[in-house]
Design a protein. Structure first.
Lengths: 85, 291
């Protein structure tokens, strides 16, 4: 069971990998995305995305600014203008 | 007939010119590879963003939609955003861009519309000012940074959006070169503001209801400026690749021309040398016979 997660900035594809869960800081509140999540489009407030590679692992934090998240059949795609770290 | 020494000096100077053009050609080739890689890397973001835009824009009716999508209701005042390079030595690239911009400006003026220019890059300034000196509203300098990237695109787009909000223009077009190959870079004009309704297959054909957070209008309002930025960024990246491609081709030609010139001069040099030797021999023989 894995969620396909992509993080894209204008200059490059930062991440494209299968992970367990991603917690996205949406404008209207954080939401976690697991595999099979219903389709959602949401703007993302400036903050950290938490990526859980496996169910038990420590989250990896990626700071994004100017983001937009889309959950569809092919997983979660985050478009961000700036990514730090 | 030039003297031997003159010919020799001439050959030497052409040779050093050839060395320079050769070096510039190789530098351009290396930079072109980098620029192409950058263009490649920028593609996923642009395609995803326009896909999202297309799926949302279909759901929001344009009449009540944001101004960036619907326009101001007039198309009187036009802004031409012309993207030129900062450096020369790239063949006809800049003059082609300027030509395209001027054609566009003339067509708009003929329709009784106002035209203003927003110039990006140094090399477009002089030729455009020659004809439209008072219509250049702003020049954006990208020559201070080594590789103009998203930060510069953002700055340009922000400035354009502010100008649009202040009502300084109704329609903006972006004129920039599209990199087709090292031999062909064609200038194109695309509408930037108002954002043309994105075309593309409507996603979510599977009938799954998509949740929007916040709602469609707000997401669209946030995505539109971002779309403009992406467009400008795309233009900057294309410009970079076009500049290097054109430069490579131009320098390749220059190197070849220099080579031909050197060959010609060398033949001439050898002939004159031989002629001089022959004359000398004849003089010696004639002198010996006279004795």
């Amino acid at each position: 069971m894995a969620l396909h997660f992509e993080l894209v900035t204008p200059s490059k594809l930062v991440r494209s990998e299968d992970v367990h869960m991603v917690v996205v800081p949406g404008t209207e509140g954080d939401f976690g995305v697991l595999e099979g999540h219903a389709p959602v489009m949401s703007t993302v407030r400036d903050g950290a995305i938490e990526v859980y590679a496996t169910a038990s692992s420590q989250p990896e934090r990626i700071e994004v600014r100017g983001g937009f998240a889309e959950v569809g059949d092919n997983g979660l795609t985050v478009l961000a203008e700036h990514v730090e770290g | 007939m030039a003297s031997l020494k003159e010919l020799k000096d001439r050959i030497k100077s052409v040779k050093s010119t050839q060395k320079i053009t050769k070096a510039k050609q190789m530098v351009a080739a290396a930079k072109l590879r980098k620029a192409q890689a950058a263009a490649e890397a920028a593609r996923p973001y642009a395609t995803r963003l326009s896909a999202v835009m297309a799926s949302i824009a279909g759901k929001v009716d344009t009449d009540g939609g944001p101004k960036l999508l619907a326009g101001t209701g007039s198309d009187k005042r036009n802004l031409l955003v012309v993207v030129n390079t900062d450096k020369g030595l790239c063949g006809g690239l800049n003059s082609n861009i300027v030509k395209e911009a001027k054609t566009r400006a003339r067509a708009l003026l003929a329709q009784g519309k106002d035209v203003e220019f927003y110039l990006v890059g140094k090399k477009g300034r002089a030729p455009i000012k020659r004809d439209y000196a008072k219509d250049v509203s702003r020049e954006f300098d990208t020559s201070t940074v080594r590789n103009p990237g998203f930060a510069e695109a953002e700055e340009i787009a922000d400035e354009l959006l502010t100008m649009f909000e202040e009502g300084k223009f109704d329609v903006a077009h972006l004129v920039y070169p599209v990199f087709k190959s090292a031999l062909a870079q064609d200038p194109v004009t695309v509408q930037l503001i108002p954002v043309p309704a994105p075309e593309g297959e409507v996603v979510a054909a599977n009938g799954a209801a998509v949740d929007y957070e916040p709602d469609e209008e707000e997401i669209l309002a946030e995505l539109l400026p971002r779309y403009v930025k992406t467009q400008v960024f795309g233009a900057l990246i294309e410009r970079e690749a076009s500049e290097q491609g054109a430069s490579m081709t131009a320098m390749d030609n220059a190197t070849r021309n220099a080579g031909e010139l050197i060959d010609k001069l060398t033949i001439q040099y050898n002939r004159s040398r031989q002629a001089a030797i022959t004359t000398e021999l004849i003089e010696i023989i004639a002198g010996a016979e006279a004795l």
